[in-house]
Each structure stands twice: as C-alpha cells, then as structure tokens.
Design a protein. Structure first.
Length: 252
C-alpha cells in the first residue's frame, strides 16, 4: 500500500511545484522583418538562434541593387548594437543630401558588432570585406558560427539591430551626385554603396506556454488547489481497494 501511494503523491508534488527557473545569458531565438531605407524597394528577414556561444543565422533578402560597376552588387550586412536598438528614419539625414548614411544611423542602431559574412570570419573588422558580402539583388546567408560576447550582450539587452548596406541607385532617394560622393566610412566607396538599405531590430521570440488542460473536451481541468485533494483521494481509493482485496482473500 505504501508503494502504491508514493507515485500519486509524487505527481501531486510535481504539479504544485513552482515555475522552472530561466537560464542566464542570451540563449533563444531572435528575428526581424527588415524595413526599407533610402528609397530601397527590397525586402528582407532574418532569424538568429543562439545556444551558448553558437549562433545559427538565416538571412534572406531580395529586391536590392543588382549590379555595381558592371558586376554583382556587393551588399555588406551587420548586427549593430549598443545604442537605441531602433532604425533611423529619413529625418536622420544630417547634411541634406537625401541619404541616411551609416554615420547618420549610428545614434539609432549603434556600432558594428558582428559582420554577417557569407563565409569565414564574422568580426567587425570584416565590415567592408566585399569578397565576403552578399552578391546581387537577392541572396540567402545561412551559417552557424561562434558569436562574440558583445553581440550576445546586445541581444540580451534588446539593442541588436541588423543593417544591410548598399542602396540601389535606380531607386535611391538622393541625387546621383550624393550617391557617388565619398562614403562617410570608406574613402574607397561611395555614400550610396555603404548607406543602409534595409534595417530591423532583432526581437526575442517568446516561448508560448502550453495551455492548461489541453484541448477543450468539455471536462474542467483540475486546479492546483485541488491537486492535494486529488492526491489524497487517490491514496484513499488505493487503501479501499487494498482493504477489499484483503476481505475477499479472507472470505476465500
């Protein structure tokens, strides 16, 4: 009888225990639908799954500038952080050239923490490595790499923002002279080539709790307050069954 009663009491104790503790760190899934800047007509989305230091990134963009200097347009993209965790608007244009430059957007999305390269290293030092940039108007980057602590901290703090650079000159809001002027971050590139085209904050995806009681079957689910009574009832039923069995054996 004691052995039979233990499982019932154990189930009741587990059901009445507190919620599980949340893990430290930035582990989780983060995603964003990227918005348009500087006249961009393209679209993009990104998902980042982080477990410990290992990040799996899936980035998909389309509708960006396709060619640049008679070749595939190299689009660099980064995870920025440490600022407001938002994307700039057209009002951020400081010099009135019609472009929200990388510098104009910095107060909103912060500095470069991770470069989302197509292969190889992913540090901020690869920020303008065109050989590792996305090529053409549509591409996908899917890879797993070790994410640095600065980017993890930005994800946890809610300040991480993805920016895809490289404005299409055919749809750019600024004039041609502004597009071809020297970039604010590289003397070897133009403002249009380095200005943000797509931008989106990385938002943590909430884990949806399982509904209590499962699907609606018309049967009310037992509340936590009643679990102790249920457990006690189970013990009494077991005791009653055991008692009946003893009586029958004696009668036999």
């Amino acid at each position: 009888m004691r052995l039979l009663a233990v499982p019932t009491l154990t189930v009741a104790a587990l059901a009445m225990s507190g919620a599980p503790a949340t893990a430290d760190g930035a582990d989780g899934t983060y995603s964003s639908t990227l918005g348009q800047l500087n006249g961009t007509t393209g679209t993009g989305s990104i998902t980042v799954r982080l477990t410990g230091n290992e990040a799996t990134v899936s980035l998909d963009v389309s509708g960006l500038g396709e060619t640049f200097v008679e070749g595939p347009y190299p689009h660099v993209q980064h995870i920025h952080g440490g600022a407001q965790g938002t994307c700039p608007t057209a009002a951020a244009d400081q010099n009135g050239d019609g472009f929200v430059s990388t510098t104009d957007g910095s107060p909103f999305y912060g500095g470069i923490l991770t470069t989302l390269t197509t292969s190889g290293p992913t540090g901020p030092e690869e920020a303008l490595n065109l050989a590792l940039a996305g090529q053409g108007g549509a591409y996908t980057i899917e890879r797993t790499f070790e994410m640095n602590q600065e980017t993890q901290d930005a994800l946890k703090a809610g300040t991480a923002v993805v920016v895809v650079h490289g404005v299409d000159p055919m749809t750019a809001t600024g004039d041609e002279g502004g597009f071809n002027s020297i970039s604010d971050i590289s003397p070897d590139l133009s403002v249009g080539a380095t200005s943000p085209a797509l931008c989106g904050p990385l938002v943590a995806q909430q884990v949806v709790a399982m509904p209590r009681g499962g699907a609606d079957t018309g049967v009310a689910a037992a509340s936590a307050d009643n679990l102790g009574v249920v457990a006690l009832g189970g013990v009494l039923v077991l005791a009653a069954v055991g008692g009946t069995s003893v009586v029958r054996r004696r009668n036999s």
